[in-house]
Design a protein around this ligand. Structure first.
Ligand code: RTP
Ligand code: MG
Length: 141
């Protein structure tokens, strides 16, 4: 499998719970490397732009309100099959349906406050990484 990069966001609920380190450890233990990262407060415009694909969905306003409710930890993860690996580590969107041992099963409260975001395909990963990290700020090692 190829080395890939994916965008991960630790959402405001998980940052507020003080579990950034525990979540990053799960990525590291699964062989993913953090190659870019920052703690940031998203503006409404940034959150709306990031989730633009969901703009017509009924949950869009709640999603944006939640994403700007506190700081988020945005990171680029790199490794073999990083996109799918990250999604597997995250678990299902609704934590009630997430498999035991996944990040959402262990740290998320609800489908809205669900601890993490992860890119869902190569195309979206490329767009999402570029959205938060200009190429010069990504460090392979
Ligand atoms: P994400 O983009 O945050 O990684 O989550 P995902 O791929 O698992 O889910 P997606 O379908 O992309 O939805 C984005 C976020 O919108 C919220 N959502 N709410 N109430 C609902 O039916 C509903 N559906 C989605 C979730 O917070 C989800 O993470
Ligand atoms: Mg998604």
């Amino acid at each position: 499998m190829a080395i890939e990069r994916t965008l991960s966001i630790i959402k405001p609920d998980a940052v507020a719970k003080n579990v950034i380190g525990q979540i990053v450890s799960r990525f590291e233990n699964a062989g993913l490397k953090v190659v870019a990262a920052r703690l940031t407060q998203l503006s409404r415009a940034e959150a709306e732009g990031f989730y633009a694909v969901h703009a017509a969905r009924p949950f869009f306003k709640d999603l944006v309100d939640f994403m700007i409710s506190g700081p988020v930890f945005v990171q680029v993860l790199e490794g073999e099959g990083a996109i799918l690996k990250n999604r597997d580590l995250m678990g299902a969107t609704d934590p009630k349906k997430a498999e035991k041992g996944t990040i959402r099963a262990d740290f998320a409260e609800s489908i809205d406050a669900n601890a993490v975001h992860g890119s869902d395909a190569a195309e979206t990963a490329a767009v999402e990484i570029a959205y938060f990290f200009p190429a010069l700020n990504v460090y392979s090692r």
